[in-house]
Each structure stands twice: as structure tokens, then as C-alpha cells.
Write a protein that binds this ligand. Structure first.
Ligand SMILES: Cc1cc2nc3c(=O)[nH]c(=O)nc-3n(C[C@H](O)[C@H](O)[C@H](O)COP(=O)(O)OP(=O)(O)OC[C@H]3O[C@@H](n4cnc5c(N)ncnc54)[C@H](O)[C@@H]3O)c2cc1C
Length: 293
């Protein structure tokens, strides 16, 4: 478990202690959006709840490396686009394209947003007096018992509960191809205080789901050449075709290249660049890529 999160979010020292009681009405495993809303609602109904999360704070994947940081970066860039295309354009500024957001500034901003939200969560936990929150790793022993241990292994305690609520979320996968470790994922791109502060001039995104499309859109707005590689015939599988066509049109107008029916079968590193094998062909002109998230 150690090393799963290179930087832990801020927590409160009292959350690092073992659970206060031996028995609870409900034990909630996972403090993400799925878990903490449940824990708070159950406590409002008068139940005594123990919530356990290995990050030591709430928000799960969404706050650590997902929705919140990606939208913070997106909003910074979106506002800059508005300023460029609107205000600067209307006053006849000749150097509109010289006005850009620096990636590292967008990252600083999103780290601040995440930090503030983590502090708010600490207050929220304390406002729910029927909820005990613990930073720890939970293991289900049986349907009424959970073993909780400190993330650093310094203590362990077995807890009894009438009900368990398991809300442990999911983790990004590495595609099963040679060289997959050469790619990065959402943690490296948006993780709390772990994000890359330099971004290359061209990026390949493996996977044209909504996250891949969002990342391509954000990076292209920063002047980065983004290519989406999708093995299915269309990006955004399962979405309405008319909407997908509009989004594809918009992506292309921003300079994003979309390669569909293209399966990545291998990745290798050459001269500081990453090369992708797509169905036996070598894709050139690629420095870096983002794993299917
Ligand atoms: C780049 C990106 C952008 C996204 N954008 C959006 C968006 O705009 N809108 C949207 O709706 N969704 C978005 N998502 C998806 C969203 O982040 C997830 O769907 C959501 O976080 C899932 O919530 P959850 O509570 O189910 O799980 P999680 O958020 O994963 O929470 C589970 C928690 O449980 C902890 N845990 C796991 N096992 C244990 C254990 N044994 N003991 C203790 N703790 C444990 C985990 O560390 C985690 O903190 C995005 C994701 C990414 C990566």
C-alpha cells in the first residue's frame, strides 16, 4: 500500500489513530464520492459510522487525480481562451496568441484547489459527530468484521459492524502490451502535488473515452499537438452519433488528430521519444502519451 499515493493529501492527526470503538452500526470502506455521501447520510439517520480511507481524507480518485484537478486545469485554460478570443480580440490586440497559460501555473492552481477542498473535507468530517474517520487500509474478514491497519503498519484493529458499505472505487489499468510502463496515467498528469510540471510539445492519448477526449482538448488548447488513438471505429463509444460527430469536428478544428480502428500493440522508447506500434505500423512523431484512464 505504501507508495500507492506518492504524496498523501493533508489529514488530521486524530484520523491517524486506530478506530475509537470496537463496534459500529456501519463500516464504510472508501472515502470517495461513493463512500462519504453514504457515510454522512447514514450518520444523519442516527447510525454510528466508521469510515476508512487509505488516503486519510475524502474525495477519492475524483479529488486526488480525477474530476476536480482536471476541471481546475480545464477552467484555467478555458478562461484564458475566453480572454484571448473575446476581450483581447475586441480591443484589437495583435499578440493574442502570445498570451498563453503556462502548464506549470495551471498545475499550481489545481494543487491549490485540491488543497483547499481537502481542508474543507477535514472540517466536514468533524461536523458529523456520528462519523469516526480513520486513515487506514481496510480488509474484509467476513460480512460483519473488518480489519483496519495503519498505512505505515504501526497498528491494526478488528472492528465489528452490523453492515459494511464497500465503496473502494477502481484503479486505472495498464494496457497489456509491451512497453506499457513507458506511458503515464491520470496520477502523473493530475495527481495531488505529483503532476508533471513540464509537458512535451506532442502527446498521444491511448483511448478515446470521455477522459481521453477531455485531456486532448485541454492539451491542444495549450498549443500541444494531441493525437487520440482509439481501437474502436469511433471515439466516445456508446454516445449519440450526432454528438460524437460534433465533438470530432471540434477536436479537429483545434488540431487534434483522431485515429480510430487503431489498436496500440506496443510502446518503445527511442532517442528520448516514445514510439507506438499500431497494428504493426510504426507511428512516428510521438514524444509521450497518456494511458487509457
Ligand atoms: C482524469 C479524470 C477525470 C474525471 N472526470 C470526471 C468527471 O468530470 N465527472 C465524473 O463524474 N467523474 C469523473 N471521473 C471519474 C471519478 O473520479 C470516479 O468515477 C469517482 O471518483 C469514483 O468514486 P468512488 O467513490 O466510487 O471511488 P474512488 O473515488 O476511487 O474512492 C474510493 C476510495 O477508497 C480507497 N480505498 C480503496 N481500497 C481501500 C481499502 N482497502 N481500504 C481503505 N481505503 C481504500 C481509495 O484509495 C479511494 O480513496 C474522472 C476520473 C479521472 C481519472
Amino acid at each position: 500500500m505504501l507508495g500507492k499515493y506518492p504524496v498523501f493529501p493533508p489529514t488530521d492527526s486524530e484520523f491517524e489513530d486506530p478506530p475509537k470503538l470496537d463496534k459500529y452500526d456501519v463500516v464504510v470502506i472508501g472515502g470517495g464520492g461513493g463512500g462519504y455521501h453514504g457515510a454522512f447520510e447514514l450518520s444523519k439517520g442516527g447510525l454510528k459510522v466508521l469510515m476508512i480511507d487509505d488516503k486519510g481524507n475524502l474525495g477519492g480518485n475524483c479529488l486526488y487525480e480525477g474530476c476536480i484537478p482536471s476541471k481546475s486545469v480545464y477552467m484555467t485554460i478555458y478562461l484564458m481562451e475566453k480572454i484571448r478570443g473575446g476581450i483581447l480580440n475586441s480591443v484589437g490586440n495583435k499578440d493574442i496568441n502570445a498570451v498563453r497559460v503556462l502548464w506549470e501555473n495551471a498545475i499550481d492552481h489545481k494543487d491549490n484547489v485540491q488543497y483547499i477542498r481537502y481542508l474543507q473535507h477535514i472540517r466536514e468530517i468533524k461536523e458529523h459527530e456520528n462519523v469516526d474517520f480513520v486513515k487506514g487500509v481496510a480488509e474484509v474478514i467476513d460480512e460483519h468484521r473488518v480489519r483496519v491497519r495503519a498505512v505505515d503498519g504501526s497498528w491494526s484493529k478488528d472492528i465489528e459492524a452490523r453492515q459494511l458499505l464497500i465503496a473502494t472505487g477502481s484503479a486505472p489499468i495498464r494496457i497489456p502490451v509491451p512497453g506499457a510502463d513507458l506511458a503515464i496515467g491520470s496520477q502523473e498528469l493530475f495527481g495531488y502535488k505529483t503532476s508533471y510540471r513540464k509537458i512535451p510539445s506532442d502527446v498521444v492519448i491511448i483511448g478515446g473515452g470521455y477522459i481521453g477526449v477531455e485531456v486532448a482538448s485541454v492539451l491542444s488548447s495549450m498549443g500541444i499537438k494531441a493525437t487520440i488513438v482509439e481501437m474502436l471505429p469511433r471515439i466516445l463509444a456508446g454516445w449519440d452519433n450526432e454528438i460524437v460527430s460534433k465533438i470530432e469536428e471540434k477536436l479537429r478544428s483545434k488540431g487534434v488528430e483522431v485515429l480510430t480502428n487503431s489498436k496500440v500493440v506496443g510502446i518503445r522508447s527511442e532517442g528520448g521519444r516514445r514510439l507506438l506500434s499500431l497494428r504493426g505500423q510504426m507511428a512516428v512523431g510521438v514524444t509521450w502519451l497518456v494511458l487509457r484512464l
